[in-house]
Design a protein around this ligand. Structure first.
Ligand code: IFM
Length: 465
């Protein structure tokens, strides 16, 4: 195990250590202050969609307890807090003027953060499409990109003087794959490759939002976040390599290449038909998508191993997806690695490899990088003395932060945000996966810092600044 002071000694003086959370997963109060419904409220209300039947209605009740939560961040000693601004709180109908009660909530949160000396990092789109926009087609519709840019402009006007970093989109990959291709996240569509239309529309939303933020003169830096999963073929052979390549394109390249290089990658002959939605886009859109960025956000959780053949089980890292059965390849196991509570392989070396891969592929086109999420779920319990000993999370975080630093000879790495501060509502997994540095009792909503919280606190207090 890496001791806190040993890790602290490796952190550059201005390296950002932060925590990340997202509105739907923590805020609750879904009908308060004029908040509109989001696609996730609707999805969670459908029987069988969420593993434990829970909804975003209460989660951590952060909307009312944000002061207590910022106090925890202050005690932890983090440099920054990455949160998301709930789109349906600001625009209940997904269009039109800003809802003043929604703005007021984030004003209060920002005041609290600045008072605590914590740098605010805001994500605009962390999956909560306002329900009226979802009914009009959501990300299958080009108009949603313009609607996101309008939301960005409202947020810029309201908070542009206080937010240090803006992230336009969080994990467009997950929205496309889980939400539109496999049907395991909202809005629950199982379109397989036809879902790729949502890639272009999200990227357009990113580009238009960057333009909107800059046109409004925000003081903060502007970037985007995707989740990167390095992809390897399970076995040798042409078809294994081809399917691994297709998955790498679908998961990683079709987002990063347009944003960083201004073009979609070359699509293999084998899957040219499947990628048609991206081959036939208007070249003028690429100029909008390819905006200069101040930083690039990379979320890293695990690598992916691809094998030829339809899956015998329809399981994905985020749940079972029947639509997977129609594919000619499947996600193979990683028996050699320990697993998180979600069953995800724990392999920090692939984080180093991902960063080196970014350096090699994007070279001078890659701006400074932040790991905008990294963390693990485990079945944490409060013991009879009121303690939560999550030694596995301590090792996970220590090893992954160290692994990220290992690549800093090749990548201008500026920070690492732990996912996440509080145990929270993990989308289709409901309240069953605990990722927090702080345990939350979902009945009483009592927060109990785990041993990982104390460990990170020691890392931060041992740093030379
Ligand atoms: O909880 C999510 C988060 O919303 C996006 N990135 C992955 C996390 C863990 O699944």
């Amino acid at each position: 195990m890496i001791e806190p002071d040993a890790l602290a000694a490796r952190l550059p003086r201005d390296f950002t250590i932060g925590v990340a959370m997202a509105a739907t997963q923590i805020e609750g109060a879904v009908t308060e202050g004029g908040r509109g419904r989001s696609t996730w409220d609707t999805f969670a209300a459908q029987p069988g969609r969420i593993i434990d039947g829970t909804t975003p209605e209460i989660t951590d009740d952060h909307f009312h307890r944000y002061r207590e939560d910022v106090a925890l961040m202050r005690e932890l000693g983090v440099d920054a807090y990455r949160f998301s601004i709930a789109w349906p709180r600001i625009q209940p109908e997904g269009r039109g003027a800003a809802n003043s009660a929604g703005i007021a909530f984030y004003d209060r949160l920002l005041d609290e953060l600045l008072e605590a000396g914590i740098s605010p990092v805001a994500t605009l789109f962390h999956w909560d499409v306002p329900e009226p926009l979802q009914r009009a087609g959501g990300w299958m519709t080009r108009d949603t990109a313009s609607r996101l840019a309008d939301f960005a402009a409202l947020a810029a006007d309201a908070f542009g003087d206080r937010i240090d970093k803006w992230i336009t989109l969080n994990e467009p990959t997950t929205v496309t794959l889980n939400g539109y291709a496999l049907g395991i996240h909202a809005p629950g569509e199982s379109l397989l490759f036809d879902a790729l239309t949502t890639v272009h529309n999200q990227l357009l939303g990113h580009g238009l939002s960057v333009q909107a933020l800059r046109a409004r003169g925000v003081k903060g830096q502007v970037g985007v976040t995707n989740v990167h999963s390095p992809v390897v073929a399970a076995q040798r052979g042409f078809m294994n390599a081809q399917f691994a390549k297709v998955f790498d394109l679908v998961h990683n390249r079709i987002y990063a290449d347009p944003v960083l290089l201004g073009r979609y990658p070359r699509f293999p002959l084998l899957a040219r038909k499947e990628f048609r939605a991206l081959r036939e886009t208007d070249p003028a859109d690429m100029a909008i998508i390819h905006q200069p960025l101040d930083f690039y956000g990379l979320n890293y959780y695990m690598p992916t191993r691809i094998a030829v053949g339809a899956p015998t089980e329809a399981s994905t890292p985020d749940g079972d997806a029947e639509a997977m059965r129609d594919l000619p390849f499947h996600l193979a196991e990683w028996p050699e690695y320990p697993k998180t509570g979600f069953g995800w392989p724990i392999s920090p070396e692939y984080l180093t490899a991902s960063l080196r891969d970014y350096a090699a592929r994007y070279g001078g086109s890659l701006p400074p990088v932040y790991i905008t999420e990294g963390g693990a779920s485990f079945a944490d319990v409060v013991d009879s003395e009121g303690r939560v000993d999550d030694a596995s999370r301590v090792s996970y975080l220590a090893d992954h932060i160290a692994a990220a630093l290992d690549a800093s000879d090749e990548v201008d790495l500026r920070g690492y945000f732990v996912w996440t501060l509080l145990d929270n509502w993990e989308w289709a997994a409901g309240l069953t996966q605990r990722f927090g540095l702080v345990h939350v009792d979902f009945d009483s909503l009592v927060r109990t810092p785990k041993s990982s919280f104390r460990w990170l606190q020691r890392v931060q207090s041992s740093r030379k600044r």
